[in-house]
Design a protein around this ligand. Structure first.
Ligand SMILES: [Zn+2]
Length: 321
């Protein structure tokens, strides 16, 4: 599904603007929420090519289920798995999705406080939702199911327990999936633990997707990722008065020019990291028992970017630019 050079990190630019599917430059992959796309009766398309050539020139698009927002607002899902799968089939028919996130249950402590449930229960619901979505898919589409399994947890051991839970349910993450998401990481990008989590999971030979990466996170664990998404630029853009010359917006929160400039920063960090492939990862100087138990040879694809802990995140970078 993801036809990029396996050695490069394939980056999906997050946006609230569905029309970017049509208007962003060729080669820019997008990450859009179901909460945005569901409002469109007619979905934007990239090039209005005849159908036989559309596949070759299509826009790479991945879908966020909007799980974080739904759980934050309602402490449960109000979108049923049947509704979500039907919506995905509609998007896939027109846009041809790279992948879609499941309706997963985040394990941040403040999310557990909202639902009143345990990490183990969030993990069980996450795995069972993935299985249900993949089971429902053939009822709505003949195409390959785009739903990506997501590992949820908070500590390294939690994530390993979630991998084991998938195995118990008969899901072989490393063997059968092109991409496996790692949840509950967006809001702790600069922490040391996050690098340990990704290194441990990559050691299990899992092809990892990083949700909501920032440059600090990309430097720390980007080398373990196959794909990543982010709309960190938009949060920075909210606080940035218009600098692109447009008279149509007051801040850069939804500006494509601003977003593409930020994407260039991401590409530069990934390219810089790629030049350092083969050099030792300084974080490996501090092994943990969990990692030692699961350490295995990494796939070449995961050497896409190197870790440079302690450097400024993208907000600081942008402020300085
Ligand atoms: Zn602008």
């Amino acid at each position: 599904m993801i036809c990029d050079d396996a050695r490069n990190l394939h980056f999906y630019l997050g946006t609230h603007r569905a029309n970017w599917i049509a208007t962003a430059p060729p080669g820019v992959s997008l990450f859009l929420s179901h909460r945005v796309l569901r409002k469109y009766k007619t979905l934007p398309t990239f090039y209005d090519w005849p159908v036989p050539t559309r596949r070759a020139r299509r826009r790479h698009v991945a879908i966020d289920s909007g799980a974080f927002t739904e759980l934050s607002l309602h402490h449960q899902f109000v979108t049923t798995p049947e509704e979500y799968v039907a919506a995905l089939a509609r998007y896939d028919e027109v846009i041809e999705l790279d992948w879609a996130a499941p309706q997963d249950w985040m394990c941040e402590p403040w999310m557990l406080a909202k639902t009143g449930l345990t990490v183990a229960e969030h993990q069980r619901r996450t795995v069972e939702n993935f299985l249900l979505l993949t089971e429902l898919w053939p009822q709505v589409s003949d195409a390959e199911c785009p739903v990506m399994p997501v590992i949820q947890g908070w500590t390294v051991d939690d994530y390993l327990a979630c991998v084991a839970l998938y195995e118990e349910y008969g899901v072989r993450l490393a063997e059968d999936y092109e991409l496996v998401g790692v949840g509950s990481v967006c809001r702790r990008q600069g922490s040391a633990e996050i690098g340990d989590i990704f290194r441990t999971l990559a050691g299990l030979d899992l092809p990892l997707h990083g949700f909501g990466v920032k440059l600090a996170g990309l430097r720390r664990y980007g080398r373990y990722l196959v794909t990543a998404d982010s709309m960190a630029w938009s949060y920075a853009g909210r606080r940035t008065p218009t600098q692109c010359g447009s008279t149509r917006h007051k801040s850069e929160a939804n500006c494509q020019v601003f977003a593409l400039n930020w994407r260039n920063h991401v590409e530069a960090v990934a390219a810089e990291a790629k030049r350092e492939i083969g050099q030792p990862d300084q974080l490996d100087l501090f092994p943990t028992p969990a990692r030692a138990a699961h350490q295995r040879a990494s796939r070449p694809a995961k050497q896409a970017a190197a870790a440079h802990p302690g450097q400024d995140d993208q907000l600081d970078l942008f402020a300085a630019a």
